[in-house]
Ligand binder design. Sequence first.
Ligand SMILES: *[C@@H]1O[C@H](CO)[C@@H](O)[C@H](O)[C@H]1NC(C)=O
Ligand SMILES: *[C@@H]1O[C@H](CO)[C@@H](O)[C@H](O)[C@H]1NC(C)=O
Ligand SMILES: *[C@@H]1O[C@H](CO)[C@@H](O)[C@H](O)[C@H]1NC(C)=O
Ligand SMILES: *[C@@H]1O[C@H](CO)[C@@H](O)[C@H](O)[C@H]1NC(C)=O
Ligand SMILES: *[C@@H]1O[C@H](CO)[C@@H](O)[C@H](O)[C@H]1NC(C)=O
Ligand SMILES: *[C@@H]1O[C@H](CO)[C@@H](O)[C@H](O)[C@H]1NC(C)=O
Ligand SMILES: *[C@@H]1O[C@H](CO)[C@@H](O)[C@H](O)[C@H]1NC(C)=O
Ligand SMILES: *[C@@H]1O[C@H](CO)[C@@H](O)[C@H](O)[C@H]1NC(C)=O
Ligand SMILES: *[C@@H]1O[C@H](CO)[C@@H](O)[C@H](O)[C@H]1NC(C)=O
Ligand SMILES: *[C@@H]1O[C@H](CO)[C@@H](O)[C@H](O)[C@H]1NC(C)=O
Ligand SMILES: *[C@@H]1O[C@H](CO)[C@@H](O)[C@H](O)[C@H]1NC(C)=O
Length: 383
Amino acid sequence: MNLLSIVLAILVAILSSTFLINPNTLLTTFLPPNIVTKFIPYNIDRGHRHRKRPDHRKKVSICDDFPKDFAPPDTNTTSYFCVDRNGCCNFTSVQSAVDAVPNLSLKRNIVLINSGIYYEKVTVPKTKPNITFQGQGYTSTAIAWNDTAKSANGTFYSGSVQVFASNFMAKNISFMNVAPIPSPGDVGAQAVAIRISGDQSAFFGCGFFGAQDTLHDDRGRHYFKDCYIQGSIDFIFGNARSFYENCQLISMANPVAPGSKAINGAVTAHGRASKDENSGFAFVNCTIGGTGRIWLGRAWRPFSRVVFLFASMTDIIAPEGWNDFNDPTRDQTVFYGEYNCTGAGSDMTMRAPYVQRLNDTQASLFLNTSFIDGDQWLQSYNN
Ligand SMILES: *[C@@H]1O[C@H](CO)[C@@H](O)[C@H](O)[C@H]1NC(C)=O
Ligand SMILES: *[C@@H]1O[C@H](CO)[C@@H](O)[C@H](O)[C@H]1NC(C)=O
Ligand SMILES: *[C@@H]1O[C@H](CO)[C@@H](O)[C@H](O)[C@H]1NC(C)=O
Ligand SMILES: *[C@@H]1O[C@H](CO)[C@@H](O)[C@H](O)[C@H]1NC(C)=O
Ligand SMILES: *[C@@H]1O[C@H](CO)[C@@H](O)[C@H](O)[C@H]1NC(C)=O
Ligand SMILES: *[C@@H]1O[C@H](CO)[C@@H](O)[C@H](O)[C@H]1NC(C)=O
Ligand SMILES: *[C@@H]1O[C@H](CO)[C@@H](O)[C@H](O)[C@H]1NC(C)=O
Ligand SMILES: *[C@@H]1O[C@H](CO)[C@@H](O)[C@H](O)[C@H]1NC(C)=O
Ligand SMILES: *[C@@H]1O[C@H](CO)[C@@H](O)[C@H](O)[C@H]1NC(C)=O
Ligand SMILES: *[C@@H]1O[C@H](CO)[C@@H](O)[C@H](O)[C@H]1NC(C)=O
Ligand SMILES: *[C@@H]1O[C@H](CO)[C@@H](O)[C@H](O)[C@H]1NC(C)=O
């Protein structure tokens, strides 16, 4: 047990014994110290009488500071749904705002989410395309829940947020699963922060926090830019075709003893099952760091396809780099490549024999958003 899991265990124990949960305490503890959070305290005292001296500023309502123009008026092409957990605008939960979005809308529906932690499980159903979650920054706005594979009847349903709709976008917000960090040997402790199952999804400046199976990049074409992604085992997994640009990939696997050859995590577990599938994960200009000793990927399915281009990796990457899921027949069918990477973990001299040092021609297929047909859909997302 590391310090974090002890602290978490204590907090969970405290939480389950009290009705007034202050999620901020839990979540700011869950966040790594290098992430400076701006989560404002949850107003759990609302409704209680205080016998404190009166405030000189004579604050009448908690909403005095709420900006009047937080949600602009709707236009012909865009509708706004305002969420504030203190009740200062139309919705107090993200799910209630999603519920208010019309089915099969052709407009862009922007769910504006004020700073704070929204402790709820959120589903965006298939009937609601074109939704944007707009937060105030990934260190100040978050949606968090704590389902696990065991509590949700399977890893695939454990996501704190589950997006089944197409054309989903998120900006400057975090997705967290705060279930206890699994100890070695735990069964059913996988805990997804978000599952993305719709086509044409994009994430700008978002945070993804969890341990095992943080980001279920399930299916469809997806784009991630300037995101922070934390986890331990298989923390980006699924069978999507995704382009990750300028992201920070942070392992929170337990530190391993010096000299130990133990491996205790993997950045990716891509699930391409046949050569006819056009899925894969391309990482360009990302950094990989954190703790533990991990693989860049392991072959969840035989045709797993993952490449790292211009990545900077620390020595947490095991010298062999990748793993075939202990199935040598997969060595013939996986596509694992590296190109122009830097840092102590990027040394390819000890790499598994099936790992490819990509040449310029091979790399060009993965170097820009044409890998996810970005020209067909991504342009309109950039503002
Ligand atoms: C989630 O948190 C609640 C409140 O602390 C607790 O009762 C519940 O058991 C937790 N669920 C899981 C799967 O850890
Ligand atoms: C927007 O809708 C209004 C009223 O329905 C209409 O008068 C206006 O021309 C529309 N504007 C555009 C740019 O379509
Ligand atoms: C939000 O509240 C404003 C003012 O009460 C109202 O005009 C608007 O229609 C509401 N929006 C939604 C999505 O409910
Ligand atoms: C959207 O569609 C679902 C299922 O088709 C239906 O249950 C729901 O009431 C609809 N919601 C709205 C806001 O129209
Ligand atoms: C809304 O979704 C439909 C179908 O997914 C898509 O064709 C349309 O371009 C989207 N509209 C906007 C404004 O994003
Ligand atoms: C759990 O999953 C199994 C198989 O996937 C299914 O048969 C069962 O109905 C599910 N139970 C619940 C409560 O969702
Ligand atoms: C997101 O946050 C960054 C940095 O805090 C800011 O520069 C950017 O304008 C924000 N973008 C959106 C769409 O909110
Ligand atoms: C690469 O990443 C660094 C740091 O995240 C960023 O400053 C730089 O602009 C990126 N370069 C490109 C070509 O995207
Ligand atoms: C990337 O590496 C290849 C060899 O693998 C080399 O030919 C190429 O010049 C490098 N490109 C850059 C931009 O560093
Ligand atoms: C790059 O690698 C591919 C696959 O091994 C090979 O077919 C191709 O000839 C190489 N291209 C160059 C320019 O070396
Ligand atoms: C992306 O790369 C491909 C292959 O190198 C190239 O043909 C295409 O023009 C590039 N697209 C953009 C938008 O840079």
